[in-house]
Ligand binder design. Structure first.
Ligand code: ASP
Ligand code: MG
Length: 410
């Protein structure tokens, strides 16, 4: 069996922990597996490096920033290979460019284009534990690139896909994927299995266990993905293809995104090209818009447009939307902070009726007002006041049978 193991920042946070990772990798090797280990930088290191670049330059060139921030992983691969060798294991470290993890040239957020697996195969053939730097690659011009925050997950899954690994194990400081954030709901339960699609929704809705791109990669190449703790022996959560048992469960998880702000543009002319103009302008400034709702046109031929953005983008958005509102002859622009989004996610929703109605009733029973609703095939999201968000999560968790101790169907 060939396994790719990935250890995050806390798992390699100090020398003792690096030794712990070395022991785990050696154990897998002793069980007869070919082992590739991907590591992140030590906890806090990437932030420290980013700060250094911004201390030197207000607007650092992204090329040079990547040269700096990619060094965190260079340290941990070297240390881990050394730790393994100290324990009489065979090991060799590889940087992104040495494996040839080829990416596009989008510094700080590059996408992997291809991986040349020859060097790693050679190393595995010599029974070495190959230790690969996460988060980094090289573009076609030889520049060092990085894959975006949390990008080591994607390195691991991409390597697993390229090597046709039997499993990709993501070791982190939690022991798996939970039905909801256990810090909010003490009845949250660890999932044994979750489908790629559900995981994608949960990841994009703010449960930060996996980088979203890594899940997309795993889904595309059908890589069996485990989320496990590097500090316990718990089997963790398997992210895998959907099956019948998963479809029987209506809701698998509840996600919460806080710190949103909501904009409403009143009296927008109901004409082709208007939405494109408003959201095109936001996209150009790199603002990620979340839920968008447009009302049907009123009798005066005008509509209202509501949407949410993260709080960090609020100022920029406000300025821009007011400007464009004037250009297109819209009415007033309103905005408010302190908004949150709760979402229920589950592949079982596709063939069960009345799920949305149940969600709305649960929120109504708690006296929570729903401001905006949006749905997809396997998700229903409600925008509510942030102050009710934890209450809403807990009530929905109980109502949809997710509490610890409730019977688990999948
Ligand atoms: N070290 C990088 C980060 O902190 C990549 C990773 O940890 O996955 O974002
Ligand atoms: Mg991570």
């Amino acid at each position: 069996m060939l396994v790719v193991q990935k250890y995050g920042g806390t798992s390699v946070g100090d020398v003792e922990r690096i030794r712990n990772v070395a022991r785990r990798a050696i154990l897998a090797r002793k069980e007869g597996h070919d082992v590739v280990v991907v590591v992140s930088a030590m906890a806090g290191e990437t932030n420290r490096l980013l700060k250094l670049t911004s201390d030197v330059s207000k607007r650092p060139s992204q090329r040079e920033q990547d040269v700096v921030v990619s060094t965190g992983e260079q340290v941990t691969v070297g240390l881990l290979a050394l730790a393994i060798q100290e324990m009489k294991g065979k090991s060799r470290s590889f940087l992104g460019h040495q494996v040839r993890i080829l990416t596009d040239s989008a510094f700080a957020n590059a996408r992997i284009r291809s991986i040349d697996d020859a060097k790693l195969r050679e190393s595995l053939k010599k029974h070495e534990i190959a230790v690969v730097a996460g988060f980094q690659g090289i573009d076609e011009h030889g520049n060092i690139t990085t894959l975006g925050r949390g990008g080591s997950d994607t390195t691991a899954v991409a390597l697993a896909a390229a090597l046709k690994a039997d499993a990709c194990e993501i070791y982190t400081d939690v022991d798996g994927v939970y039905t909801t954030d256990p810090r909010i709901c003490d009845k949250a339960r660890k999932l044994d299995r979750v489908s790629y699609e559900e995981m994608l929704e949960l990841a994009s809705l703010g449960s930060k266990v996996l980088q979203i791109r890594s899940v997309e990669f795993a889904m595309k190449y059908k890589v069996p993905l485990w989320v496990k703790s590097s500090f316990t022996e718990d089997p963790g959560t398997l992210v895998t293809e959907e099956d019948k048992a998963m479809e029987e469960v209506i809701v698998s998880g509840i996600a919460l995104t806080r710190d949103e702000s909501r904009f409403v543009v009143r009296g927008v002319p109901d004409k082709p090209g208007i939405a494109a103009k408003v959201f095109g302008a936001l996209a150009e400034r790199g603002i990620v818009v979340d839920v968008i709702v447009q009302t049907p046109a009123h009798e005066d031929g005008r509509t209202d447009m509501a949407f949410t953005v993260g709080r960090l983008d609020m100022e920029k958005t406000n300025e821009l939307v007011r400007k464009i509102g004037k250009q297109i002859g819209a009415g007033k622009v309103e905005h408010e902070e302190g908004i949150a989004k709760v979402s229920i996610v589950g592949v079982g929703m596709r063939n069960h009726a009345g799920v949305a109605a149940r969600m709305f009733q649960v929120l109504a029973d708690e006296g929570v007002n729903i401001r905006v609703i949006s749905t997809s095939e396997i998700k229903i999201s409600c925008i509510i006041d942030e102050k009710y968000s934890e209450l809403a999560v807990r009530a929905l968790h109980t109502a949809f049978g997710l509490d610890k101790g409730d019977v688990e169907k999948s």
